[in-house]
Design a protein around this ligand. Sequence first.
Ligand code: NAP
Length: 479
Amino acid sequence: MNRVGVFLGKYVIPEEREYYQVRNPADTSEVVGEFPLMMREDVKRAMEEAEKGFQSWSNMLPVQRANVLYRAANLIESRASQMAELLTREEGKTLQDSMFEVTRTVNLLRFYAGLITSKTGKVIPSQDPRTTLLTFREPLGVVGVITPWNFPLSLPAWKIVPALATGNSVVWKPASITPAVGTEFVKALYDAGLPEGVLNTVLGPGSTVGDEMTSSKFDALTFTGSLEVGREVARKMGGKFVRLQLELGGKNATILSRKGKLSLAIEHVVRAAFGLTGQACTATSRFLVPRELHDEVVTKLVERTKRLTVGNGLTKGVDVGPLASREQYEKVLSYIKVGKEEGAKLVLGGEPIKEHERGYFVQPTIFDQVTPEMRIAREEIFGPVLSVMTYEGMDQAIEIVNGTEYGLVAEIVTDDITEAVEFSRNAKVGVVKVNKPTTGLEPWVPYGGVKGSGNDVYKEMGEEALDFFTRYKAVYVGY
Ligand code: NAP
């Protein structure tokens, strides 16, 4: 039995807990590992350990914390291929995409290690010649982190790394179905010299362990997941005076402008709609094309999508892996049924892939003649399903882009700079891409959704991420 433990102060394999199996979504006969099914009281224990860890960690110099992060980056880099393989085996994405997550995690560690030694506070001129005004940037304390399964390594890293860099300690609940690579991430941090108790993990269902996290008195809580669960978290946290960050779903669109390159738009849409099996918050799920270009676009889009290879992410040459779980698989198939019932025209895919009977594989699926009021054009499907929609003028295209309750990412494919700037101003989203696919984020710029895609108070990544995890204290020094 391959039992994997958790971090409660230090690495432990809790004997008193039941264990559950994590299976490979590309081949469910393969058990990736057995993980402890933790209980509500474990959250309390993790918080106590984190309180202790905070005392030592927050008093270390920024340069000492930075050195731990730099060492962790080096260790993860040296373990990159094992970690990427583990990620693919538990989540399903291709090895190349897993490697990308590993690299991004290394970059995040180095980026925040560098930042934290310089972004500590300011000196501000006073109106009084015998006074100096200072600001200190202080950590908040114990931060709760709840994350989804679709980026089980780099997404937790873009929360945990700035939290640690700024001197906080952390209790992290990873998604139940993808705890394996995250465990390796935490191990690397401890191997790099993180003091005991600074980063703790609790595994178990959202309905118990997750619920307990949102009932507990953290100094701040950062959550990424679905709009539905995000609403529930916001409701529960509403009465507490605790900093809350919510990053939620998306219904992202790519617009092909009349002034843009058709072939480029198709490459981007195929990559961002079907790459990562459509299981990215930034995935393209709506493709808006000028009415008169519709027939040519659909023909070329279908022809290009047919060339994708679907299969086990560990196999060389595979472009699209499985859905991550049975729940995901059933949800995607049910949306395909909804699309057909709503009258959208299925032009590609729409079926499970029979020859991969032990995995959760669904064909890349394209619906044409989708209209804005259809559910498949409004709701997040989170799978390899693309809706093609048409528009007349750019005003209408922007209205369609902005016409869902989400606001995460939008792309315009255009060679017209004025159109690109106007679109960037008018799209109600957190991230605009001009001639760049909706998927693919760089860690040095702020990221976050608006409307139903997030509570839009603090950004993640970039220098801006430091703001969520710190508070400023003003100090007046008279002399
Ligand atoms: P989810 O069902 O909302 O779950 C997210 C996390 O919350 C998981 O750890 C889950 O635990 C936990 N959870 C579930 N119910 C809870 C509750 N009542 N209280 C507290 N925690 C609870 O989302 P998911 O299916 O894992 O992930 C997909 C979603 O994440 C999509 O909507 C996607 O767009 C979004 N996402 C957004 C971003 C972004 O940056 N905006 C990035 C990635 C993904 P269990 O795993 O145990 O259920």
